[in-house]
Design a protein around this ligand. Structure first.
Ligand code: 4AD
Ligand code: MG
Length: 461
């Protein structure tokens, strides 16, 4: 169908030519001695109408085919006389791969997204999820394209790690030990020396510390892969397994970091608008009527930038009652983030220079001794989609932060050494890939933008 899409653009090079198509039946309508199938092979958002009549030897069988049956069609592409499509295929022969069972759950009616989550193995066949997952694929490609065009090296950071990047204690542990006889020391702590790795092993919460090591060799680097967080929060924007894209840039301060993040976001949005127009039109019609206006406006405007301290002032002056009281030092809650992006700035906004006590140990301490060179990008409708910072590049200051935050210094010796051998100012960030997809598609629940969502008590597929 991709070829046919080209025809829609170029007008009819294949017209009146014979062609063959493999695909699945999305709809079927029939009259007495002829009928219509909508067949889609997945290469393009819209299916194509296939007209068949009783000149086919298996006409009766085709007339009874259920939705989702798989077929091979031979026919001629002709201009359609009916409304709703420009072209259709006049079938000369239709062979059947498989007749779908009649209890196929996705008959032609609208299903709720909640219901479709319970059949995640079938939902890619619906319009909504075809659109979501093609956009997801294009966004991933756009990210690689953006960074490769700028000479960044893609680093495959490990999934299994021995340290906690964020120091937030939200890691899934891996063990080969039998849970009932895990050895404990006198203090009652688990002894991992007999375990597979000889120490505590976790699924990574971020590739940052590892990619920083490559940044000190290649200057411009990024990692992009799955990350895991054992957060119990059951919210529309948290999952236990998600994809994160993390650039790490040497000789760059926080302003350069924000410039790259902003350019990247606009690049991805433009790429999707250009390369998935049918899907984006679909989202605009069925998911969020303001989506295209919003995105088109965004690529031609500047994101907001504000310090945390200024943001707190804005929130205090807001004529709105927040559930979580606002005062300097609090971690911004989703309601605060959304107020800033949606109601105050009315566009994505970077908040910088957060209090050090609510941020990770590796962030560069500001002169004031109270705040760090952090930046979060807050997006309307979602809240935080990017978290990043300039990194602490001074050995002593970093060591002090690790101590102050009661982290285990032994775990970070190699990370510390980067500050001993040719340390330079450097910065980076993590884009929550699913949250970015939500932003670009207008989808409201993170479980609907990842193929098989993982969360508390959720591991079906
Ligand atoms: O703000 P976070 O925790 O930052 C880091 O992990 C840094 N090491 C990144 C870096 O500087 N290289 O996470 C980054 C982003 C968040 O802004 C959010 O979009 C996303 O990851 N994220 C989640 N997405 C889905 N489900 C979760 N449970 C998420 N936790 C974070
Ligand atoms: Mg964060």
């Amino acid at each position: 169908l991709l070829e046919i899409r080209e025809i829609y653009k170029k007008h009819a090079e294949l017209l009146n030519k014979e062609l063959e198509l493999n695909g699945w039946i999305r709809k079927r309508r029939d009259q007495k001695n002829f009928g219509f199938l909508e067949v889609n092979d997945g290469t393009f958002f819209n299916g194509i109408q296939v007209v068949f009549d009783d000149s086919l030897s298996n006409f009766d069988e085709i007339s009874r085919l259920s939705i989702s049956s798989s077929v091979h069609v031979k026919g001629v592409l002709v201009q359609s006389e009916g409304k709703g499509q420009t072209f259709e295929i006049k079938a000369k022969e239709i062979t059947i791969y498989n007749k779908a069972d009649l209890d196929y759950p996705l008959q032609n009616k609208r299903h709720t997204l909640e219901y479709l989550r319970t059949i995640a193995h079938l939902r890619p066949r619906t319009n909504t999820f075809m659109a979501v997952f093609r956009v997801r694929s294009l966004m991933s490609y756009a990210i690689h394209k953006f960074f490769n065009e700028r000479g960044f090296v893609y680093v495959h950071t490990p999934i299994i790690t021995g340290s906690d990047t964020e120091g937030a204690g939200e890691m899934f542990q891996l063990t080969t030990l039998d849970l009932k006889d895990i050895p404990k020391n006198d203090k009652g702590e688990v002894e991992y020396k007999d375990d597979f790795f000889g120490k505590q092993a976790n699924l990574t919460v971020s590739g940052q510390l590892n990619v920083e090591t490559f940044c000190m060799a290649f200057k411009n680097t990024y990692t992009f892969g799955p990350t895991f967080r054992a957060e119990k929060s059951n919210t529309p924007k948290h999952v236990s397994e998600f994809w994160m894209m993390e650039p790490e840039i040497a000789f760059a301060d926080l302003d350069v970091n924000m410039d790259i993040a902003e350019d990247m976001m606009k690049y991805i949005i433009r790429y999707v608008l250009e390369n998935a127009p049918e899907e984006m039109q679909f989202f605009n019609q069925f998911i969020d009527k303001t989506l295209l206006d919003r995105l088109n406006g965004l690529v031609n405007s500047e994101f907001g930038r504000v310090t945390y301290t200024e943001a707190i002032e804005i929130l205090k002056k807001a004529d709105k009652k927040f559930e979580y009281p606002v005062e300097w030092g609090i971690d911004l809650q989703t309601e605060h983030e959304r107020y800033l992006a949606e109601e105050h700035f009315k566009k994505p906004v970077f908040v910088t220079d957060y209090p050090k006590d609510i941020k990770a140990f590796y962030m560069k301490l500001n002169e004031d001794g109270k705040t760090v060179r952090a930046m979060d990008l807050l997006a309307p409708g979602i809240g935080e989609i990017i978290g990043g910072s300039q990194r602490e590049d001074n050995f002593e200051k970093l060591e002090q932060r690790i101590k102050d935050m009661n982290l285990n210094e032994k775990d970070y010796w190699w990370y510390m050494e980067l500050r001993k051998y040719g340390s330079v100012p450097h910065s980076g960030y993590g884009l929550g890939f699913e949250r970015a997809i939500m932003y670009v598609t207008g989808m409201l629940n993170i479980r609907d933008v990842i193929p098989f969502p993982r969360g508390p008590k959720s591991l079906e597929f």
